[in-house]
Design a protein around this ligand. Sequence first.
Ligand code: ZN
Ligand code: ZN
Length: 286
Amino acid sequence: MLKLITKVIKEALFPTSCLVCGAFFHFKDFKTEFTRLQQLDPGFLTGRDLDEIYKALLTPLLCNSCLPDYTPVESPICSKCGFLFKSREGNDHVCGSCLESEKKFGIARAGAVYDKSVMTMIYRFKYNGKIQLAGPLGRFLFAVFVRNFYVDISVDNRVDFVIPVPLHMSRFRKRGFNQAFLLVREWEKLVSNCNLVPHSFHVEKDILTRTRKTKSQTGLNRKDRMVNIKNAFSIKNPEKVMGKKMLIVDDVYTTGATVNECAKVLLNGGAKSVDVLTLARAALTN
Ligand SMILES: [Zn+2]
Ligand SMILES: [Zn+2]
């Protein structure tokens, strides 16, 4: 309680700067702070509306204008790659791109469209050292994970291993962290307290490794991305892969070239299935 009071007084004296637009803002009331304290409660993360979870998690970090400024990924989407259809009517179905070239992974799902506040937050997180975003964004992604891979009974999605997309050692050294790993770092703790998820899983950051240094995928088109990422990954622990169900996690799905390459390697290594989950999903290309 004392901690809470200190925190509220501190907030009143030193307003928070919004991590998206930089504007200073105050928490409105105690309720916000209590909501924040619920953030690690798996019951809270799984039992609520996703929009409510998103807003509760990010309220302490975003101002009132930036907080609602995002696009959640909601049906109708591509049942394979998770692409958000422009038309907001009809059911999920396979998109043209997935019909044209078959993806290696099973299904890909995401929490929000890669635009507006979400796009800026991911940038701040990766390039401006705002790693305080990792907790709330990772918990939001956990809520998206449970929703898509356990609650949705149309898919049999027991997951054995959660695999954050690895960075090449040189990029890891330069950045100092792997953003995909930071997003899933708390998941084992969350799932151990969560009775909604019937099976446990492990976060494995050492199964897959990035053996080839690639240039950034940013600015490359779909075909160039595929060429750029080809043979960039290999399996470090082959005995762990055989017969297992994998979930690859990354921050953004743009064309899917990176996660598709990861899936290819894991399936070649004997994985039973490979699905994909990202925080954000690009809307412009598919
Ligand atoms: Zn703002
Ligand atoms: Zn698709």
